[in-house]
Design a protein around this ligand. Sequence first.
Ligand SMILES: [Cu+2]
Length: 250
Amino acid sequence: MAIFIWSAMGWYPLEGHWFPERVVANSSIDHLFYVILALTGIVFIGTGLLMFWFLWKYDGKHHEGPVFYSHGSHYLEVLWSVIPAILLLFLAIYQMDAWAGARMRRPMLENGQPKPPIARVTGRQFEWKIQYPGADQKLDTADDIYLVNELHVPRDEEIVLEITAEDVLHSFFLPNFREKQDVVPGMKQYVWFKPVKDGKFDIVCAELCGWGHYKMKGQITVESRSDYDAWLKKAYDDQELSEFTLAEAE
Ligand SMILES: [Cu+2]
């Protein structure tokens, strides 16, 4: 039992095997997972052991007395109602900080305004459309940059994303960032996180959204601010170039 709880808390020897690598500093979701896993794990193993003990104790060889039927116990009913109630109350209070961090404490600018999104991510069958605001920092203007399944963000900064859907329900899921949010057509939502590690990570859809759900996969790249700026500028220039070539071809 002790080994199970030990492992469930994410310590040796199973450390790092429960979750994909975490690239944000905030570990509150991981802790919540471990606490719930330990609680449910203890109940799972406890009831399993108890069941096997009863099987052994009351089999024909060990038990010769008459079979005794019990007809409910007021004491037990109260006990197994109160214990789960206390556990649920504990979880309700314990998760408040994780919830507030993920849903209520949106990063703010120095002037007290909410930080604008670095990009808009729109789920549609079966890809993630990415829209960057361009130099004017405003979405839906002429200098916007459009990409598909390719999101870049600078490291060590609070990143805000605007997320939505175009056709059906999707779920924007960044496993390494511990972010997951259903996206709904016609509904604008924001997610935020602060990546602390460079690399390329998955963007997946976690809501069965049609026959091509399995291939609805993008990539998020975390890089230094200078690499990010250079990449964004190149994406803009490439787009200008392709529009120019298109116009010429006509
Ligand atoms: Cu989807």
